[in-house]
Write a protein that binds this ligand. Structure first.
Ligand code: ADP
Ligand code: MG
Length: 596
């Protein structure tokens, strides 16, 4: 074929492929236009989840009648005029292609009236053919109607999900914009029923309403300013973040806005997670609406046609600002990892002991463990009650190293170990310590060879959801080293062919293990991320296989576990960073009883 210029209509359809993916993307473009036009209230109406009709009405400045035709023409915009403008865009729009794109894949009608116009004008675009502008009835402001989306692109129309799913995505899109513009009122209705009604409000109220009013007491304000010589003006972090108590099983309630635009950025999401390190289980997701404001020249918004990704000139600065802002907010709420297991030589001078702490069940001869002096006899394996097992373990055997002096200890509530040693007692979280020990074991093993695996007779199918498939696929080489062999099977299923033997022995199923991996935000796209992912999965394995609070341990098992403390690097921290133990020294006891 000879080279030729594409027809403008075809150009628009190609552009539409990038900007107009589904009703939610249309709504996003139209609502952004309304905000750019200075609207104070925006109303969005959907029919058939937006596939049949999307109507966005605003009370903004309107469009001059003689500019209506330009508005639906590609690369026509009122928002930037030069390359310099592009470097510091203050409006949502600037590409001038949304309306033209939408007009190429749906019936588009715009009715608009400026404040001083005697009446409105309307223009219609259908399959690229333009009708109007002609006089019409209408209040000041603009109404944009989009009918039968993708009518002329059946492949795309078929690709749309259920009405409820599309409506949900529109809801999310409006939430994202509403967070950036708390002073603007938004309503959203679906087939005549109002499903969102946000009056103009202050920023915190808007955040609370979007994240869930029930969470209000758990939402902490973020406020940080970071100056940096590289930037004109500071980086400001605002918005709210939920305490660990507000965390959710899914990552849906995580909003990150840079200069008022909602964006997706794994590395910045990770910055939030890092601030929670040691305070929260890695399998749940913090909720947040986090606003980053910085010099617009340091942010390239023109990376993605729908502007959902940005390129930052100083990503690590922003990363640091976010991490600090979240950590500070948590700290102000008293959420900080403070308890440490001091080295024997440096007993912690003050140790926070919760007031009103009562002695809980101390189990006695009915199978529990009284103060005990094991004879230091055996090389013992730590098994998990009630299913004691004797098989040769793949990882995790707790070999008891003979200690020089036997220790006295007791198990409280099948969860805590109290050990008399040195100058005082150490209180240990049995699960956290065992997890730490297993983690170190596994890490040492994996450095030598892949973990031993157990083939499943039939591959086990696990439904991971469409979102997780790609990520798990990318992690496959890492998982394989750990003994987990899996392949995608269909759009949302993963077939598991083998499992790490020691997990099987500890009764951890493929489904449970894979779903926890899927729930995380692990990636392997660069060596550093891959190493972190390996570590996180090892950590998960250790956590799943470790004894739990509530597991009864025999005296020999406890002795074996305690003995292992000497052989690991940082026995005072479980791999998540939670403390595994704290110490109560005789000096501290004396101080508390006023005897010092
Ligand atoms: P962009 O927003 O990138 O400029 P669009 O295709 O979305 O491109 O819109 C084209 C132009 O139409 C805008 O620059 C603006 O001047 C005008 N316009 C679109 N929607 C509205 C609206 N709701 N109110 C006033 N003007 C609008
Ligand atoms: Mg626009």
């Amino acid at each position: 074929m000879p080279i030729r210029l594409l027809m403008p209509e075809l150009v628009n359809q190609i552009a539409a492929g990038e900007v107009v993916e589904r009703p939610a993307s249309v709504v996003k473009e139209l609502v952004e236009n309304a905000l750019d036009a200075g609207a104070a209230r925006v109303s969005i109406e959907l029919e058939g989840g937006g596939a049949d009709l999307i109507r966005v009405s605003d009370d903004g400045g309107g469009i001059a009648p003689d500019e209506l035709l330009l508005a639906v023409t590609a690369h026509a915009t009122s928002k930037i005029a030069s390359f310099d403008d592009l470097k510091a865009v203050a409006s949502y729009g600037f590409r001038g292609e949304a309306l033209a794109s939408i007009g190429s894949v749906a019936q588009l009608r715009i009715t608009s009236r400026r404040a001083n116009d005697p009446h409105a004008h309307a223009i219609e675009v259908d399959g690229g053919f333009v009708n109007g502008p002609r006089p019409a009835a209408g209040a000041p402001g603009t109404v944009v109607e989009v009918q039968t989306l993708f009518r002329n692109v059946p492949a795309r129309r078929k690709f749309l999900r259920s009405q409820a799913a599309e409506t949900g995505r529109v809801h999310d899109a409006v939430d994202a914009i509403a967070l950036a513009a708390p002073g603007i009122g938004f309503t959203l209705s679906s087939d005549g029923r109002t499903i969102m009604d946000l009056p103009p409000q202050d920023e915190r109220t808007r955040c609370v309403q979007v994240l869930g009013a029930g969470l209000a007491p758990e939402l902490l304000d973020l406020a940080l300013e970071l100056e940096s010589p590289e930037l004109h003006g500071p980086i400001r972090i605002g918005g709210v973040v939920g305490t660990p108590a507000a965390a959710k099983a899914s990552a849906r309630n995580q909003w990150l806005l840079i200069n008022g635009r909602s964006i997706e950025d794994r590395s910045l999401q990770h910055a939030v997670r890092e601030a929670f390190r040691g305070l929260m289980d890695p399998s749940v997701h913090p909720v947040y609406a986090l606003f980053v404001e910085l010099d617009p020249r340091a942010v390239d918004m023109n990376v993605h046609p729908a502007k959902t990704e940005v390129r930052l000139r100083f990503p690590s600065l922003v990363h640091r600002a976010i991490r600090r802002a979240v950590a500070q907010a948590l700290e102000r709420r008293g959420l900080v990892v403070t308890q440490r297991l001091p080295a024997m030589e440096h007993p912690e001078p003050t140790l926070p002991l919760p007031l009103g702490m009562t002695q809980r069940t101390i189990v006695h001869a009915d199978g529990g463990i009284p103060w005990t002096q094991p004879t230091g006899d055996a090389v013992t394996e730590l098994s998990r009650e009630p299913a004691a097992r004797s098989s040769a373990h793949d990882a995790a055997p707790m070999r008891a190293v003979e200690r020089s002096a036997p220790v006295r200890f007791m198990q409280i509530d099948h969860a805590w170990l109290v050990v008399e040693e040195g100058d005082g007692v150490t209180v240990i979280d049995q699960h956290a310590l065992h997890e730490r020990v297993m983690f170190e074991d596994l890490k040492a093993r994996i450095e030598r060879a892949p973990l031993e695996r157990q083939r499943l007779l039939m591959p086990e199918l696990v439904d991971c959801g469409t979102g997780a498939i790609e990520r798990i696929e990318a992690l496959a080489p890492i998982l394989d080293r750990l003994g987990l062999e899996c392949t995608p099977s269909g759009a949302r299923m993963i077939a598991v062919h083998s499992m790490p033997s020691f997990l099987v022995e500890r009764g951890v199923g493929a489904q449970e293990f894979l779903l926890s991996i899927a729930a995380g935000d692990l990636r392997a796209d660069d060596p550093r991320a891959a190493e972190a992912a390996l570590s996180e999965v090892l950590d998960l394995m250790a956590c799943k296989a470790a004894v739990k609070a509530g597991d009864r341990l025999t005296a020999t098992e406890i002795a074996a576990l305690l003995a292992r403390r000497d052989t690991i690097d940082r026995p005072d921290r479980c791999p998540h960073g939670r403390p595994t133990a704290f110490r109560l020294t005789t000096a501290e006891l004396e101080r508390r009883f006023g005897r010092s």
